[in-house]
Design a protein around this ligand. Structure first.
Ligand code: PMP
Length: 436
């Protein structure tokens, strides 16, 4: 039975006030709950797998700050590391040993990069990686895929034009057409489109950028064979392969999607988990490529707060836990069991919904289609079902991302009890979605 709506009175009041200060009342658009019912929830605190909003409602959290919180909220080691750093200073704009420590932890445990540069967001990491690819190859064009998100830098706010291989069209006002003209957008899982793009723009393509596993527009699992094709064709044409691991890095495993697909990209970008919940991004590559970055090389890139000591302390504490034996085995097994139970229920009831899953990421797709690899295969009309599920889940104390295109994350802090409770609520929410 449909559950009565939880009170959102305090959140609604805060949202009204926020609208006076911020465009749309938010500092990042998806938070405005435009794709789901009701006013956005204003969050007051989090602990382990739980969140509390301003009205005192409690939720089991599967958004996990959009991925960074693989250890859940308020992790003891991360909190203590941050607290210890707070007394020593918040920012120096000078090198610290903490940057070395985090870099060593990453590079010693990740065979896909030899040098790294820390920045402050995923957007910045990708923007810098693109510049590096262009600077190194001395070419301008990039290829991106429809359905992959890489942050909001100008070159990447571009959507597909019409035709198999076309220049992109800007997907945001304020992006000059000249930028979009340098970005070619093609469909995922389409070898022909990739071949055609390389045939047409042969020596002009600096890089192909792809999410490690596309997870910003549903979970669009690519085949290993396709990913190896991508690696081969970029190599053949002297173009860089940029693997954007802002979501998949340290999530699929410590070495991310590169290890999952056993592919050596030319440049890898990171964000989210790498900062343990603090604003950190990074890009890494071989020593040869990274030698192009300033002050060693001619590709300029800088940041006042880059390598921020508090953020580094959080990242070190988090990644130290992730580097332990069996961390990913346990988290992934726990998620697989959770997904399996949900799938079983869906199958028993004959509901028209698929649950896509990899490692500790999952995505509900309200469709009969068992395999979705391209953004164009997602039916926008199916999002209506997600909206209903989202409202039902919030009313039952389960917090999912406020859009049906967003994936869910399981953290190490989710206990069996949390997952069992969540399962029960998801069953009930699905019953409501499919009751008519
Ligand atoms: N790349 C990917 C794959 C992402 O998922 C995101 C954020 N969702 C970004 C880049 C941009 O990161 P940020 O929001 O930290 O700028």
């Amino acid at each position: 039975m449909q559950t009565p709506d939880i009170s959102r009175a305090k959140s609604a009041e805060l949202f009204e006030k926020a609208k006076q200060y911020f465009p749309g009342g938010v500092n990042s658009p998806v938070r405005a709950f435009k794709s789901v019912f009701g006013t956005p929830l204003f969050i007051e605190r989090g602990d382990k797998a739980h969140l509390w909003d301003a009205d005192g409602n409690e939720f089991i959290d599967f958004c996990c700050s959009w991925g960074p919180l693989i250890l859940g909220h308020n992790n003891d080691q991360v909190r203590e590391a941050v607290a210890a750093q707070l007394g020593k200073g918040l920012s120096f704009g000078a090198p610290t040993a903490l940057e070395n420590q985090l870099a060593e932890l990453i590079i010693e445990n990740n065979k896909y990069i030899e040098k790294i540069r820390f920045v402050s967001s995923g957007t910045e990491a990708v923007m810098s990686a693109i510049r590096l690819a262009r600077g190194y190859t001395k070419r301008d064009k990039i290829i991106k895929f429809d359905g992959c998100y890489h942050g909001h830098s100008d070159s990447l706010l571009v959507k597909a034009g019409s035709g198999l291989v076309t220049f992109g069209e800007t997907s945001s006002a304020g992006v000059p057409k000249a930028f979009a003209d340098e970005t070619i957008v093609i469909e995922l899982n389409d070898k022909e489109a990739l071949r055609a793009a390389f045939a047409e723009f042969k020596d002009q393509i600096a890089a192909v950028i792809i999410e490690g596993i596309p997870a910003n527009n549903g979970l669009l699992m690519q085949s290993k064979e396709y990913m190896h094709f991508l690696r081969a064709i970029t190599k053949e044409h002297g173009s860089m392969l940029i693997m954007d691991e802002v979501i998949t890095g340290f999530r699929i495993g410590f070495e991310g999607a590169s290890a999952y697909y056993e592919i050596q990209p030319d440049i890898i970008t990171y964000g989210k988990i790498i900062g343990g919940g603090m604003p950190v991004g990074a890009y890494g590559a071989s020593k040869e490529l990274m030698a192009c970055i300033s002050p060693d090389g001619a590709v300029y890139q800088a940041g006042t707060l880059s390598g921020n000591p508090v953020a580094m302390a959080a990242g070190i504490a988090a990644l130290t836990i992730l580097a332990q034996d069996d961390f990913y085995t346990n988290l992934n097994a726990k998620t697989a069991a959770f997904v399996q139970d949900l799938r079983q229920y869906i199958a028993e009831k004959g509901y028209q919904v698929q649950l896509f899953h990899v490692a500790s990421i999952f995505w509900f797709a309200f469709t009969e289609q068992e395999d979705i690899k391209k953004a164009s295969e997602i039916d926008p009309a199916s999002m209506e079902s997600y909206k209903i599920m989202h409202r039902e889940l919030l009313n039952r104390g389960v917090y999912f991302g406020p859009s049906g295109y967003e994936v869910g994350f399981v953290s190490a802090a989710h206990t069996d009890a949390d997952l069992n409770t969540a399962k029960k609520h998801i069953f009930d929410a699905l019953d409501i979605v499919f009751q008519s």
